[in-house]
Design a protein. Sequence first.
Length: 452
Amino acid sequence: MPTEDHPVEYLKFEGQIPEGNYGAGEHMKWDGGTYELVGERSALEQYEAGRLKFRLQGEKLRGEFSLVRMGHWKGQWLLIKSADEFAAPGWELQLRRPDDERAAEWLRERGGKRAKRAAAAAAHKAVRRVAPPENVETLPAQKVFARRKLDGNVNVEINGAVVALTNLDKVYWPDEGYTKGDLVRYYYEIAPHLAPYLEGRPLIMKRYPAGIGGSSFHQHDVNEAPEFVQTAAIDVEEGHEVDYIVGGERATQVYMANLGAIERHPWHSRVERLDRPDWVVFDLDPENVDFEVVCDVALSTREILRGLGLESYVKTSGSRGLHIYVPITPEHDYAAAARFAELVAGRVVGANAQVATVERSLKKRQRARIYVDHMQNARGKSIVAPYSVRPRPGAPVSAPLTWEEVGRKKVRPQDFTIKNISRRLARKGDLFEPVLGGGQTLSEALRELEGR
C-alpha cells in the first residue's frame, strides 16, 4: 500500500530503527536493482488509472510486473507477475534470515493455505452426466410444443438430444395462470434469437422452482447435467473451480427452463477469452422516477458515448429500467472495461445531476434517483440477457429497442412479454444484433476520459 516518501538513502539502509520512530524495527534489503516503465503513459498517469506496469532488473525479481489497485480494500495494491520468460512456476519467497521464526511461521501459514487450495483443486469432481428417465415417453419436441396445453412429464427430442421435462402444469405466474410449461415453451421458441447472446459464455442461472412467488437462488456451479449440456470448469479464485453451464443450444435452454431457471445471466466474455469482455454494460435502475426520465438519461448516455466515438444499443431490463450495451473487441481486460464504465457513469451523472447517481446504497441515495450502475463490468458479473424472461407479474422479457422508441418515450418495460415478443421479432427483427459485431475499442475513449 502507498506510504509516505522515504529518503533515497533508505534504498541501501540495513539496520535497526529505534522504537517510537516511523518504521521501527529491523530493516534488511531483500532485493535491489533497476526498473523501467512499460507502456507510453507516465508513472503518475498509470498510478491514477490504478494499474502500474513496469519491468524489473533485480537480483531476485526480474521481468514484467503490474501493481493493480484493489477496489474492495482502500489504498491496497496487488503485485502481479506477468507470464514472461522469468515467470517460475511454484516460486516461493526465500527469507534472508531462515532463523526468523515469526517470518517463517507466516510463510508456513501461507504455504498451508496454498496447499489446501491446491488439494481442493485436485479433488474437484467433474460434472456427473445424467440420462433422461427411460420409463417416460419420448416425443419429438416439435410435436410436444405444438400442443395447446403442456402438463405432466415427457421427454422431448431436440436435435438428437433427449431432454426430460417434469411437472409442466405447475403454476409459475399465479395472476396470469402461466405455468412451467409456458416458460419451457417460450425458451424453446425463442432459442434461435437468444442463443447468439449466450454462445460460448458461462451462464448463471436464477432458479425459481416454485414460481415467482416462491424462494429463488442463483446457481453458478452444476454438479450434474445431461451429456448434451456443455460445461466449463472455471477458476473463480486460486484453487477453487466452478463448473458453469456454457452456451445457448436449444436443448440446453429447454433443460435450464425445466430446472425453473426463469432468467439467463451470461458473462460478458466467452470461455476462449475469459478475461476479455466483448461488451460493456450500463444499467439504468430507477427508484421512484417516471420511465420518461429514464429515457432522457439513456439518451444522454448515448450522446456521451457518441462523443467518445462509440455506438451503443439499448434494451428494457424487463423490470423497471434500461440496459445500454457498448460492444467492443475482446482486447481489453476487465479492469479496463470497469474503469471505462466508471468514468462514463461519472459523466452521465454530471450531465444529469438532478436525477442520476452512482451511489449504490439506497440508504445513502437521495430520493427519486436513477442509479447508473456500472459495477457489473467485472469478471464473473453478469446482466440479464436480451429476450430473457423476468420473474415479475405478466412474465415480461428484456426487449431490445430502437433509440427512436426511447426518444418517443411511449414504451414501457412491461409492454414486452413471453406472449408477444415473438410477434415483435417477426415485425422488427433482432434489434440487438449489432452488439454481436463488436469492432469498437476503448483505448481512445479511455485516454480522453482520463485526460491523457
